[in-house]
Design a protein around this ligand. Structure first.
Ligand code: AMP
Ligand code: MG
Length: 318
């Protein structure tokens, strides 16, 4: 864990408009002072992120969240149930919301989250500012679950990264819009649909939409992709390829041998698979295999978010 002096240094850099790699329980974020337009612009530039894709504003608690977004009773219930934690709420911006408009891609709504990580919490409190923090990867690449991933993708653009070890969940937050007493899922993630059903009367998908006006801009973008091509629902590795196994399907490493180290979860646990997904995709990619094949992953629990990421990583090459 970073020492308090390192967190203070990171806070000073952020207040100075610089970018900092921030550990959270989901994945590592590329943090910037969300009220500083130049810092926000630097986030888009560093990631190569299209300016139409808004950033999540991170705050330490509900009181800070209320300064940014207008909560209705259902949003209050969701926040009470899941914050701090891996749920992002898309809500109307307050009239005097201090978050830069570019961070919200010019929308009248804002995505807000209270992260559940002691270092993220300490950094948010030390800066006293909302921090825009998209995943700290180059746009379209697998998300970072280690400080080393942040350095590899964005080392030139950041002032420092706070290294707190592997991200615990390994998948991004679940993004929802509140709809009456229900929720509409814009992105599956760390909080499962089952967990949401415990609080919301209805948990629904966005359904068909006009690609010119997506309910969440990130939906239309390629994402999470390695350089190698990917094949899903695979039973075996291609010649010269790697197989990321799951449970009964054992992983196959770059030397062609069966190896549990190349399994998302040898015991078949989707929570473990989530925490290993992006790191294994990055490690496999680094071997430059002919192909990365992935065994079927059950869709239950966190499996829904894993399969969402895998589909988008594979589809982007089609
Ligand atoms: P990331 O910052 O990489 O974790 O991605 C954040 C996700 O939240 C992206 O898919 C965005 O498109 C989505 N998002 C952020 N703000 C909004 C918003 N105001 N309305 C809808 N989706 C949003
Ligand atoms: Mg991302």
């Amino acid at each position: 864990m970073p020492a308090p002096a390192e967190i203070d240094r990171a806070a000073r850099l952020l207040l100075d408009g610089r970018l900092v790699g921030m550990p959270t329980e989901t994945v590592y974020g590329l943090a910037a002072d969300a009220t500083n337009p130049a810092a926000v612009a630097a986030v888009f530039a560093a990631k190569g992120r299209p300016a139409i894709n808004p950033l999540i504003a991170h705050v330490p608690d509900m009181e800070a969240a209320r300064r940014l977004a207008i909560f209705n009773p259902q949003a209050d219930r969701l926040a009470a149930a899941f914050w701090p934690g891996g749920l992002t709420l898309v809500l109307p911006r307050t009239v005097d919301c201090p978050v830069d408009l570019l961070a919200c891609a010019g929308l009248t709504t804002i995505a807000v989250r209270v992260p559940d990580h002691p270092v993220a919490q300490a950094l948010l409190r030390a800066t006293g500012r909302p921090l825009a923090a998209p995943s700290a990867n180059r746009s379209g690449r697998p998300s970072p679950t280690l400080a080393a991933h942040v350095q590899a993708d964005l080392g030139d653009a950041i002032a420092m990264v706070l290294d707190a070890g592997p991200a615990q969940v390994g998948l991004e937050s679940t993004v929802v819009r509140v709809d009456g007493s229900g929720v509409i899922v814009l992105r599956d993630g760390a909080v499962t649909r089952d967990a949401l059903r415990g609080v919301a009367r209805a948990v629904t998908d966005v359904g068909a939409f006009d690609p010119a006006a997506p309910p969440s801009p990130g939906m239309i973008l390629r994402h999470y992709a390695p350089v190698s091509t990917m094949r899903l629902e695979a039973a075996e590795a291609a010649p010269g390829g790697i197989l990321l196994g799951f449970g009964p399907v054992s992983g196959v490493g770059p030397d062609g041998g069966a190896d549990p180290a190349w399994s998302l979860s040898p015991v078949g646990d989707v929570v473990e698979a989530a925490s290993r997904l992006f790191a294994l995709i990055r490690s496999a990619d680094a071997q430059r295999p002919t192909q990365i094949a992935v065994a079927p992953v059950p869709d239950a629990g966190l499996g829904a978010a894993i399969n969402d990421r895998l589909r988008r990583a594979a589809a982007s090459q089609a």
